[in-house]
Design a protein around this ligand. Structure first.
Ligand code: ACO
Length: 191
């Protein structure tokens, strides 16, 4: 995904972690001009992800990120586009309080880290970029994918989780979240 400005100037690392502040490293702190470009990138990514998932409206935008306690991991390829860099994709995660059903149908209250949005540019999918981004997030959060919940996962994400993390056995829920066998180990039951 190319933009009419220098991606390498906005994002110094291959993977940037952003939160409510929309700051992507030292360079963008205290630079409203760079933060406006960062907002443009996030809005564009959110729109592309919604389109890919056939959603009526984006679930990721700069203003949403500013108002919610979520984290967005953004992957760039710094070499492409004549050295200006391209944006490859993003992964958005956040903690949510959920009421879930375990295998026995018992209600469990939990606040797991959830995958909320995930997108790799169409022409770059199936090249391992999604795995690179997801593995980075797991290390950053020091977490196993089985302990996470997945908000309305697309068929591509379900296939991705089965292939890379052997997550195939989901436990049926009454909401849009998907969790897998192993999620409920050592969790407390709501009385
Ligand atoms: N069809 C089916 N499975 C796919 C596809 C596809 N077009 N693309 C990726 N996958 C899955 C497959 O398991 C694939 O393995 P395979 O090629 O051996 O079949 C595996 O992902 C490839 O792994 P990566 O290359 O690391 O994944 P990628 O870089 O493509 O990123 C992602 C995966 C983010 C799901 C990407 O395909 C994408 O952006 N899809 C469109 C948007 C989307 O569906 N996002 C998930 C929304 S749901 C949510 O976020 C909670």
């Amino acid at each position: 995904m190319e933009f009419p400005f220098d991606i390498n100037q906005l994002f110094s690392e291959r993977i940037s972690v952003m939160d409510q502040t929309l700051i992507a490293g030292r360079k963008s702190a205290g630079r409203p001009d760079l933060q406006a470009h960062i907002a443009t990138v996030i809005d564009e990514l959110g729109r592309a992800s919604a389109k890919a998932q056939q959603l009526t409206a984006p679930i990721t935008s700069a203003s949403k990120l500013q108002s919610q306690r979520h984290q967005l991991y953004l992957l760039k390829d710094g070499e492409s586009s004549g050295g200006r860099g391209v944006v490859v994709g993003f992964l958005k995660v956040g903690y949510k309080k959920l009421f879930l059903l375990d295998r026995q149908g018992v209600h469990i209250e939990a606040e797991p880290l959830c995958v909320l949005d995930f997108y790799i540019a169409e022409n770059l999918q199936r090249n391992g970029y999604g795995l690179e981004l997801f593995d980075f997030m797991l290390q950053h959060k020091n977490l196993e994918p089985v302990l996470m919940a997945y908000d309305r996962p697309s068929p591509k994400l379900l296939s991705f989780l089965a292939k890379h993390y052997c997550l195939t056995q989901s436990v049926p829920q009454v909401n849009n979240f998907v969790v897998f066998e192993g999620f409920f180990l050592n969790r407390t039951v709501v009385q």
